[in-house]
Design a binder for this molecule. Sequence first.
Ligand code: ATR
Length: 277
Amino acid sequence: MTHSIIPLAGVIGCPISHSRSPKLHKFWLARYGLAGDYVPLHVTEADLPGVIRALPKMGFVGANVTIPHKVSVLSIADQVSDRATLIGAANTLAFGADGRIYADNTDGYGFLANLRQGAPDWDPSAGPAAVLGAGGAARAVISSLIEAGTKEIYLTNRTRPKAETLRHDFGSRITVVDWVQAGNMLEDATTVVNTTSLGMTGAAEFRVPLDGLRRGTVVTDLVYTPLRTKLLQEAEAAGCVTVDGLGMLIHQGVPGFERWFGRRPEVDDLVRQEMLS
Ligand code: ATR
């Protein structure tokens, strides 16, 4: 196997031009003066196994994986972490010196690290969490809430069967709430998470009634365009502690960067400003 002097990493997706990961990792590489590069890789489904097998031979030490390959990459990797297996998707690959491909999912880590940084007094076991949405992001959020010690999770989704599937996969801590009742589940929640695309620039408006939000509840939105979503604005007005979603995007990149380039990068205002520019 050949090894480039400069370690390479990249993000694999289709399309890939929208990905913010190159900006993030290139910023950290420059910030810490590290040798290395990070590139966007446009790869179709048909080419995915061949490209992933070829990357280590071309000096790549790892890669992020994004839409639409986060699920199919599981069957290509030689070893999949328990977390990625439970979530059913991987977003981070590491190529071992032994030629093996390791797959992990750092979305749940990014979610928790962002909440802990943005709301240092947050106690995951203080009371029930209310989660809106049952897509891939919700699976990562729910697995990490359970890992953090949340004992009860109210889950609602426009398409109810998808929420029922998550209940089946993650167990009895989840209570499925009808989408039209979503506002009610906020009343005794101490943590509220929006994992849907509602409120994102260009997507449908966020219309869940928010009068049930209580002072002190920790509210976070995975949507970060705009940064201060309607959910966060109304939650703040209700006296909640609010945490925007930009930090999750940044934190989920930390474990990969550290593994590939050997330095744990900081998540602070400097990198936030870079990602907003
Ligand atoms: P991700 O991986 O980011 O979770 P996803 O798997 O496409 O993306 O999930 C998007 C989530 O946003 C889903 O919960 C989806 O609800 P459905 O399962 O009913 O599709 C939710 N969502 C998207 N548009 C919505 C809308 N207009 N109203 C309500 N929920 C919406």
